[in-house]
Design a protein around this ligand. Sequence first.
Ligand SMILES: [Zn+2]
Length: 372
Amino acid sequence: MLDTHFDTPANLGRQGWNIMDRHDVAVDGSQVDYPRMVAGGVDGGFFAIFTPQGQRGPDGDLKARDAALVRGLEIHEMVAAHPNEFEIALTPDQALDIARRGKRFVFISMENGNPFGRDLSLMRTFYAYGVRLMGPVHFMNNELGDSSTDPRGPEWGGLSPLGKQFVAEANRMGIVLDASHASDGVLDDMLALSKAPIILSHTGSRAIFNHPRNIDDAHLKALAAKGGVIQINAFSNYMIAPQHIPERDAAFGALMKKMQAPGKRTEAETIALVAERRAIEAKWPVPRATFDDFMKHMLHAIEVAGVDHVGMSGDFDGGGGLDGRDDVTAYPKITAALLKAGYSRDDVGKIWGGNVLRVMREAQALATDTAR
Ligand SMILES: [Zn+2]
């Protein structure tokens, strides 16, 4: 069982937070750690090197590059510190072998291509770092292409000329392309240009809730026709219409400012901020997506794309989570729901990782240059 988008590496630099301890999401906000992966039957997943889209231009690019290098190092340090529990995987066969030996496999992915700036030779650096899945954009447009959520709208009309080279480079190295967060135009370009199938590592169905972070049925069919896979997201605001209460939004805005303040926080300070968040949520409650909402997105995607083209990612530690199902220990409930919906154990195996590993295998088989 695997998940294609853990933002958990963002927690690895927290002082006093250890992935080997069992945490409580209600207390410290974290949703993935070793004990909870074991409890949820999670064999491994893609641990993301995420860099927020900051200022564009040389200064911002270098900042993103350095942040990504540090984050990647933290992932390697985490694995090195717990060699009996975790192991880095570079290929599907390695992941399966690691799981067979009872350890959790750690694939490394990148969410946002801004660490490359305008220098795609850095893709090779990150490939050597173990990255095998890359998405070009996050919330905002960048040098590689358009985001689905940039308030200024499309800038390139899809991938930029550099973004097209990014696709060719990824194909050359056998890195799987990830179109989550990308605009429809970028997805179209990737489907047209990529020699290998692509994935959406954490995305929902637009037919169930119309949001630019979700994908419509026509694109879902095109993704599947190319052999690709959508991994269904569990991010509440993209699953159901969020309700806005002005006082609540203002309080959250103020809290976000505190959370984004520069400098390192102690774990006690982080726990205090989580408590503040819970207090805001309790004072101005709004509906959160339920498990049933999540299953609607998943079952719709399976209906449209077919069972060979759907998987799962909770976007945990990156804003994901459902009402009452707020960490990786909830995964067996998805298995039960799929079996109840009439899918076979074989189908469930595909959804829980078989499909993604197939795409990886295809992308890696097409690689023409894997030299480090
Ligand atoms: Zn994301």
